[in-house]
Design a protein around this ligand. Sequence first.
Ligand SMILES: O=C(O)CCC(=O)C(=O)O
Ligand SMILES: [Fe+2]
Length: 236
Amino acid sequence: MGYSALLSGNNDPNNKGDLQEGFEMVGEPLDKATDAEIGGAGRNTWPEELPAFREAALRYYHAVYQVGKRMLPLFALALNLEANFFEEKTNKATAMLRTLSYPPQNGHASDGVIGIGAHTDWECFTILWQEPSKLALQVLNSQKEWIDAPPIPGTFVVNLGDQFARWTNGIFKSTVHRAINRSGQQRYSVPLFFGANWDARLDPIPGCVSPERPLRYEVITAGEYVKAKLAETYGH
Ligand SMILES: O=C(O)CCC(=O)C(=O)O
Ligand SMILES: [Fe+2]
């Protein structure tokens, strides 16, 4: 995990690359640099020329991670499960944080290059901070129309991701979204992807599979899933 250059990722296979750059990190304790791989997701390569960045990014990471922990019981209750249902699957939750920068984009998105192409996020859910007053994020609704998701001061956007779709056998849908920065200025955003334990199996929750709703997804671990998606998107 570390710096990703402009066009180094491609979230939509129909596109040619994502017009964004950023820094991608997994969790590590604030007080000591750890050399160990974190939950199989890799380790962070921090920029040497920005010594304050590590602390600022990790403080944000750990604070928003705690927000994610507190949201899990809400998802469980919404599924008519015990509040602590996801505790065992997320007591070593692997979250990834990206600090993203999008250059301004002019004209129309017909040439296969936009800020981030249409995709779903891979983890349980995403807690996204968007830079105020800069419209870029869009969400695909059930009529297949793109709906703007403008930044609202003092709020985060929360998108459901693929791990929840798998646990619920498609009852929770992972939100298809994309970003096109037509603000005329550089735009920042910071998503935290809150994922299950690296070794948690994405097997369907009891009650989510029935004759009317047969098993939709092959059962693999959260780590295997994220690794495969990383390879698809970044080729590494
Ligand atoms: O920049 C945004 O608003 C969205 C970023 C995003 O969807 C992602 O990194 O997965
Ligand atoms: Fe996303």
